[in-house]
Design a protein around this ligand. Sequence first.
Ligand code: SF4
Length: 67
Amino acid sequence: MKVRVDAAACVGHGRCYVLAPEVYEDDARGHCVVTKPDVPRELEPKARLGAQNCPEQALHLDDGDVG
Ligand code: SF4
């Protein structure tokens, strides 16, 4: 799985990196930085949790094999 942040959509609520610090962290402005853009299988649930809780839908997951 891959995950990326739409920097234009992220406003820095911080829910992603609070819920899933294994995958996301904050930059100097509190906006999201994806630390594991190629998400290891064991962290996929955390990546998904962060994305699902982003109020701006700024996090985009790509499962690769699903259309
Ligand atoms: S939860 Fe969404 S808007 Fe908030 S910091 Fe994370 S990506 Fe940005």
